[in-house]
Design a protein. Sequence first.
Length: 327
Amino acid sequence: MSGTWRILLVLSLFAASIPFWPLQPQQPNAAQTASPWGADYFPNIPLLTQDGEKVYFFDDLIKDKVVAINFIFTGCSDSCPVETARLRQVQKILGDRVGQDIFFYSISIDPFNDTPATLKRYAEKFGIGPGWTLLTGEPAEIEQLRRSLGLYIEGLENGRSKDHNLSLIIGNQASGRWMKASPFESPYILADRLGNSLHNWKQAIAKPLDYAQAPEIRPLSSGEQLFRTRCSSCHTLGNSEPGQRGIGPDLLGVTRQRDAEWLARWLKEPDQMLAQKDPLAMLLYEQYNRLAMPNLRLSDGEVGALMRYMEEETARLQAPLADKGSP
Ligand code: HEC
């Protein structure tokens, strides 16, 4: 008997204690959810914009916003221009929404050299539009910020890092969703994440995505694959609509216009050719806003595949024009 009583007692104590426990985690709506990465997670460091305005990282830049953040330095000749060019494409796809409900920030990791004035020149060079702010600040504080965003990469500042393509993060501060992104990703995918999924699909994208321009699903040659991931952020290859001009020249016909040996070397080491003052390289550099094409560390095989692809596209797109010309 006493044994049964003891069991009943234990059971009733157990039952009595239940109401004090949250039975189920509450499901507040997304907007009210306190993000685990709130004000006390992110350092609210002061930064200076390219216009010399003082802003605070958490309060002014990310609080309740959907953002894309990357770390750059204007003296960086390879990974940063690639990333900047990719973000510029994403900005174009998102149109007016950048600056309204999506914000881009590029923060310098070389604050000694990147003064607001230097950042402003960089923004002009790349045609960086409204809604995208370049920032600089105190080196130690910026390092702390990079660590809190999980974007601290050893050796990035002096080109020693092998992990160049991981300094971009996109997120929604209010919902606490953050993800690293690769600048080699299609700009349409990045734009879709920023414009739709991070906004919980609440808002339709203002400027509808132009699926005619989005990559079709078909097997790509290795040259085309390389072109899309490495070159298309800065170059078009024919078909370029007005206003869609890239940061670098359109490359249709370039395989016919240039000497093959010059072209192959240019693709492998444009930085060396500029350093050695190759006359054509110098001319192009002056023509294109003194923005140097980055050394993309391509192998000989990749250079060959790219040259074949550019030639094939030229033949394909120029053929109809040639036909029209003949009687
Ligand atoms: C970050 C931007 C950027 C990326 C990425 C880039 N380029 Fe360039 N490219 C330029 C710029 C700018 C120029 C003009 C010359 C200069 O300023 O250095 C140029 C020039 C060229 C030229 C010379 C054009 C001519 O008229 O002779 C070729 C060819 C070229 N790029 C091919 C490529 C290929 C192929 C890729 C991909 C593997 C690529 N580029 C990636 C920016 C870029």
